[in-house]
Structure formats: structure tokens, C-alpha cells
Design a binder for this molecule. Structure first.
Ligand code: GLN
Length: 469
């Protein structure tokens, strides 16, 4: 069989039947990275030796009859996850020579489940960006058309899964950085509820908005991945002691009777017809499958970008303050323009005299956005919305226009502002390029999102389409 058709679930089956080995699988991905990544630039660091050793250990465990949720499965990680003994750059030259001396909680959980860490994926420096072009290690390219952006900031992680360099990848989503690249690359991406997955050992961007996220080819794989990473962590005070449900249990229950909300503000003049057409088709499909489509209103959506781009830089300016010139060399030189822009913006909005006008106001709008969603949940179980207002754009097209770049986050930032989960699922192609929807739900409703996502995926199987490299 062609390994490119594998999912985690399928690979696990073949591994346990000893039809393939983890070493074979890992070599297969390493060879593809060697062959195609010069062009796509998905990886900053490839962990060839460590990955092969981990794969060998996994094979030994399988031979001994041991099991693990991700035993022997090659996974890529955004280069913002601390990985013990492996260079961790956050996509920035500031950390060019930094080797992490401990594992992030998510990384140790993945390792304990048997995952093979194949490499550290490219990303916008410090996770600032929507296109991947803010990486100090060069932009990643979209496997569906290498003249286009793959979406950011978890650009390399999305490219890795889409191009067949790993079966899954870890990213982070502070304002859309998992959902957007997932939709641009025809893969599944989850932004979990704020606090569902520990962020200990993830280089912080904006702490009240940050979540880890997961990229996979299918919804079922994603549910399995979250089963590994979710849960309370003593080292991250934002992870509540809320039971982690069995994410695989309700997956295949279908959508009969499920109420899907469509926010009217998301289907307005800002949304390109390229995106709206496939999404409307998807909604029809959901109706055929027995879901009820109900219009809802999220009136504060139009203020969300302004609110996000006050709160987020404010928190960035505080989090990046630790990378000072005394401990990290000449950061005046090594911080890129986007990080400098955010540090300055954030410092400004937090400064005495401006705090009330900007930061405090933004926090008041934040409450309103949360209320918008709470009102919607009185009427519907989930919300289905576009992820990006447009198809993937050309590399360089928005690189010199920060405002145009920020506006591409218009549909994704509200979930981070409210702390709710969102799942991107491919819904087809337009002009040969992938389009995704995001399924949003109340806090800790990931199992419901998977149920709704799975029903559509099973009917349509767009995930089986592969880019021509
Ligand atoms: N594009 C958004 C930003 O630039 C979101 C980034 C993210 O989610 N890490 O802030």
C-alpha cells in the first residue's frame, strides 16, 4: 500500500499486525522530507537520528505486545514546543542556537503515548502571523500551489501533514494559527478550549489567548491525538480539573437533530464567493444528514479584530520582555519587524494614560464577544463558519501590509477571545484550492465538534485528495 494513504488509525492497525514497522514508516517520511522539503520549507530542524531511535524503541514495544495511543506514529512539532535536547527557535533568530533543556508537557505526553518526533516545524517567528512569511527561516510554501502561502502561524506543521511528511503535527492557535493553515492545506485542525491542553513548555505568545492545537488528516485521528494531550497539568494553572471525555465514543453518532448555527455576520460582504460557495454546499449536506440549520447573530464580530489586536500585542509585549539584550544577545537586531511592531504596540496600549482608552476598552469588548457566544448556545449546539475570508493568497502579497494580514484573522480570533474550541474540516475545493469550515462550540465541547466534523468528513472524504508535489 501507499503510505500516503495512511491515517494514524490505519497505521496503528498495520503496526500492530506487524505489516509495517515504525522504522519503515519513519524512514519513509524522512525520505520525503529530504526529497521535497527543500522546496516546501516545512521544517527548521529534522530529528533524523532521534526519530529513528524512537521508532526502533516503538517497534520493540510492539513486538513485546505493548500498546500506546500513538505508538510508533511519526509526528511533527511547531518549533515553539520545548523539546529536550533539540534546538527550539520559535521561528526567530533570537533563539537560533537555543537547545531546550526540558520537554513541554504536551511533548512528554506524546512521547509517553509512543509518538516519534520527526522534527521541528517552521512557523512565523513567535507565532506572530497568518501566512508563515514572518519566519526568520524563510516562508513555508503551500503544497497545493507553491506560489501561495500555506497559512500561519503554524505553517510548517500544516504543510507537514498535507505534504505527507508526518501523520500528525502539533501547532498553536492564539488567533487562528491552527485553523487557518489547516483550511489552506486541506487537513483537519483543532483549537481546543482554553485550558484543555497544557501549555507548559510552549513559548508563550499571548497568554490569555494561547492554546495548543493539533493537525491531522482526519477527524478521528484528531480525536485520538487530543485524548493524549488533554487534561489537568499541575505545571499549567489554566488547566482545570475537568474530566477528559472519551473523544472516540460519540464520534460516529451522526448529526440527526443537531442544531447548527450560522452566524449572519460571517456571511457578509467581507466573505469571498470563492469560500462562500463550497461552504453553502457543505451546509446543504449537513441538512441532508439531518442537522437543523439556524441563523444566529454574533453582533460584536465587527469589533473582534480591533479587540484582539489590542489584547494580544499587550500580552506579547509582556511575554517577550524576557528576551532582553542582556541574556539573549543583541535582540534589537535579531527580533524581526513583526515582533518589534507588536512589542511597541503593546507597550503603547498598556502605558499610563492610554490603558483605559485601549486595553480596558478591549477587555470590555471581550466580555461582549463572550456574551455573543453564550446567547448563541441558547439556540444551537454548534456554529459552522468560514475560517478565512479568502482562498490562500500569493507569497508576498500581503507581506508589506500588516493590516491586510491582520484582517485575514477576522473569523478566527473570536474563538480565542471567548476561549471556545474550534475544529477545521476540509469542505472541498474551489479553483483547485482547499476550503475549510470551522465548527465552533461551547467550552469543553470538543467531543461534539468531532461528532459534527466526522459526519461530514465520512460523507465527502475530501481529506483523501492529495497535493501534487
Ligand atoms: N494571525 C494571528 C496573529 O498574527 C494569530 C496568530 C496565532 O494564532 N498564533 O496574531
Amino acid at each position: 500500500m501507499d503510505y500516503l494513504d495512511l491515517t494514524i488509525i490505519k497505521a496503528k492497525e498495520l503496526l500492530s499486525q506487524k505489516k509495517i514497522s515504525s522504522v519503515e514508516l519513519t524512514k519513509y517520511y524522512l525520505e520525503r522530507i529530504e526529497k521535497y522539503d527543500k522546496n516546501l520549507n516545512a521544517y527548521i530542524t529534522v530529528c533524523t537520528e532521534k526519530a529513528l531511535n524512537a521508532a526502533k524503541t516503538a517497534d520493540e514495544k510492539i513486538a513485546n505486545g505493548e500498546s500506546g495511543a500513538l505508538l510508533g506514529i511519526p509526528v511533527g512539532l511547531k518549533d515553539i514546543y520545548m523539546t529536550k535536547g533539540i534546538r527550539t527557535t520559535a521561528g526567530s533568530k533570537v533563539l537560533e542556537n537555543y537547545t531546550a533543556h526540558y520537554d513541554a508537557t504536551a511533548v512528554s505526553k506524546l512521547k509517553n503515548a509512543g509518538a516519534v518526533i520527526i522534527g521541528k516545524a517552521n512557523c512565523d517567528a513567535w507565532a506572530h502571523g497568518s501566512s508563515g512569511e514572518n519566519s526568520d527561516y524563510g516562508p513555508s510554501k503551500n503544497p497545493w500551489d507553491t506560489t501561495l502561502v500555506p497559512g500561519g502561524s503554524s505553517s510548517g506543521s500544516a504543510v507537514s501533514v498535507s505534504a505527507g511528511f508526518s501523520l500528525a503535527a502539533g501547532g498553536t492557535d492564539t488567533g487562528g494559527s491552527v485553523r487557518l493553515p489547516a483550511s489552506f492545506c486541506n487537513i483537519v485542525g483543532l483549537k481546543p478550549t482554553y485550558g484543555r491542553v497544557s501549555r507548559y513548555g510552549i513559548i508563550a505568545m499571548a497568554s490569555s489567548l494561547d492554546t495548543i492545537g493539533h493537525f491531522t488528516k482526519t477527524v478521528e485521528d484528531n480525536a485520538l491525538y487530543l485524548s493524549v494531550t488533554a487534561g489537568k497539568d499541575e505545571k499549567d494553572g489554566t488547566t482545570p480539573n475537568i474530566k477528559v471525555p472519551d473523544y472516540m465514543a460519540n464520534l460516529k453518532k451522526g448529526v440527526k437533530g443537531i442544531k447548527i448555527g450560522i452566524p449572519k455576520e460571517y456571511f457578509s460582504k467581507g466573505l469571498s464567493a470563492d469560500i462562500e460557495i463550497p461552504i453553502r454546499k457543505a451546509l446543504k449536506k449537513y441538512e441532508e444528514l439531518g442537522a437543523e440549520i439556524i441563523e444566529v447573530s454574533l453582533p460584536y464580530t465587527s469589533h473582534a479584530i480591533a479587540c484582539y489586536y489590542i489584547i494580544q500585542p499587550a500580552e506579547v509585549s509582556s511575554n517577550l520582555a524576557r528576551f532582553d539584550g542582556i541574556r539573549f544577545g543583541n535582540t534589537r537586531e535579531t527580533f524581526g519587524p513583526e515582533a518589534k511592531r507588536r512589542i511597541m504596540l503593546g507597550t503603547f496600549t498598556l502605558s499610563a494614560g492610554y490603558y483605559d482608552a485601549y486595553y480596558k476598552k478591549a477587555m470590555q469588548v471581550r466580555t461582549k464577544v463572550i456574551e455573543d457566544y453564550n446567547n448563541a448556545w441558547k439556540k444551537v449546539d454548534v456554529i459552522v463558519a468560514p475560517v478565512s475570508p479568502t482562498l490562500p493568497w500569493k507569497l508576498g502579497e500581503k507581506a508589506d501590509d500588516p493590516l491586510a494580514m491582520y484582517l485575514s484573522d477576522v473569523f478566527t480570533v473570536t474563538a480565542n477571545i471567548a476561549g471556545i474550541p474550534g475544529l477545521t474540516v476540509p469542505v472541498g475545493f474551489n479553483k483547485g484550492l482547499p476550503v475549510g469550515i470551522q465548527i465552533l462550540g461551547p467550552h469543553f465541547s470538543e467531543d461534539k465538534l468531532y461528532q459534527v466534523g466526522y459526519a461530514y468528513e465520512k460523507e465527502t472524504e475530501f481529506w483523501k485528495e492529495k497535493p501534487n508535489l
